[in-house]
Design a protein around this ligand. Structure first.
Ligand code: GAF
Length: 393
């Protein structure tokens, strides 16, 4: 039980409360959030749990069960800490943003337990940020949108990844049994019911390419370059969200070919989100699957954020009976694919994809069944929190 681990580490501190924030799998709308476009993620039952109690000696202590590492500081020094380059940055970054937003940082002891595999593209970072923020606040109210923006700022400004808002937003606003269409400009959302007769599975390539961070930043810069070129034709354009396919075609001659391809991914991907939502409403499973594959091809060839392992997983998946479509999900350069299946075919799919991938790369991929789950909050049912032994598998 998480409480026993907490007491073993910190002694019998005051009342312990636990906060949970889920990871996510993005169904479609990849690399569109920082272009102020549309995304369609679901939250997972994989989540980060942070147990929290007041500490009586003025210090902030944090412990990661996964890393088996602890950090501690006098609470009043946290505002002045610099980035350290490890997992603790997510917690410190969030603490600093809370302070900046006017929330006093109370001395606390925190114990972090996560079931979201790190570097898997399932948003382990955002789930750590959001659950840590809730634990640091321990019941003090914060408007959910402010929480999402504050956690995103922690990642951009303190951790140093210029990410969009999708991961933090869905971790907070997600609904059970449904996907969430997020408009990353207005920051409004719409619940999207998924049709009956499907299963969603994520497959982890177990690859974490070091390239990921620098290439992500490079993509954001390339998108800005495309916007600058398109604005010369249409001054109303302020992000790729405003660009249609005909406008991009008209502007393509005015920018390097590579930049035009990057923009084409974003513009067509935004369209695909709308088409996917419509296909969901019609329960047109084949069209939904087809759109996932189109998204992958665009990420592979135009945006170039895939890798051989992800391409293999997608190519293999679409040849397995019952698979409607598949694509890489998340930032790319490793991590997971998301697979849309006909109901009842999940087990066969799991066996087939594991044996094919192991045969090709000598690595056993993790396979997750994805059930759209609720957004972050206090977890009162301690029994439902996986034990750390279960995490070690
Ligand atoms: C990462 C980022 F954190 C998100 O904001 C998003 O850009 C995603 O990559 C790609 O869609 O998860």
């Amino acid at each position: 039980m998480i409480l026993e681990s907490f007491h073993r580490r910190y002694g019998n501190e005051r009342a312990v409360r636990v906060f949970r924030a889920p990871g996510r799998v993005n169904l479609i709308g990849e690399h569109t959030d920082y272009n102020l476009g549309f995304v369609l993620p679901i939250a997972l039952d994989l989540a980060c749990f942070v147990a929290s109690a007041d500490s009586s000696d003025g210090r902030l202590r944090i412990y990661s069960e996964e890393k088996k590492q602890s950090r501690e500081w006098p609470a009043e020094e946290v505002a002045r800490l610099k980035r350290s380059g490890d997992w603790s940055d997510y917690v410190v970054g969030v603490a600093q943003e809370l302070i900046r937003a006017g929330y006093r940082l109370e001395p606390k002891s925190l114990l972090i337990r996560s079931t979201v595999p790190e570097g898997s593209g399932l948003s382990s970072s955002a789930s750590l940020e959001v659950s840590s923020a809730l634990a640091l606040l321990t019941g003090r109210q914060i408007p959910p949108l402010e929480l999402a923006k504050l956690c995103q700022r922690a990642e951009v400004d303190f951790v140093g990844l210029p990410c969009g808002i999708m991961d933090q937003y869905v971790s907070i606003f997600a609904r059970e049994h449904a996907a969430l269409k997020i408009d990353c400009r207005s920051l409004e959302n719409q619940t999207v019911e998924l049709p009956d007769g499907i299963e969603i599975m994520a497959v982890n390539s177990m690859v974490k390419h070091a390239l990921g961070q620098s290439a992500y930043k490079e993509r954001t810069e390339q998108c800005a370059e495309a916007v600058a070129a398109i604005r010369r034709l249409d001054s109303k354009v302020s992000s790729l969200r405003d660009v249609t396919v005909p406008l991009l075609e008209a502007a393509s001659e005015t920018m390097p070919k590579l930049i035009a391809r990057r923009a084409r991914h974003v513009v067509t991907e935004n369209e695909r989100v709308g088409l996917f939502v419509n296909a969901c409403a019609r329960a047109d499973l084949d069209r939904m699957g087809q759109l996932l594959v189109e998204s992958h091809l665009s990420l592979q060839h135009d945006y170039e954020v895939s890798c051989p392992e992800l391409d293999f997983l997608v190519d293999t998946a679409v040849g397995i009976g019952g698979v409607l479509g598949a694509r890489m999900t998340g930032g790319g350069f490793g991590g997971c694919t998301v697979n849309l299946l006909r109901e009842g075919t999940g087990e066969r799919f799991g066996n087939a994809i594991v044996s094919a991938y192991e045969g090709r790369f000598g690595v056993v991929p993790q396979v997750f069944e994805c059930y759209p789950s609720r957004g972050a909050g206090e977890e009162k049912n301690f029994e439902s929190i996986p034990s750390s032994a279960a995490l070690r598998g």
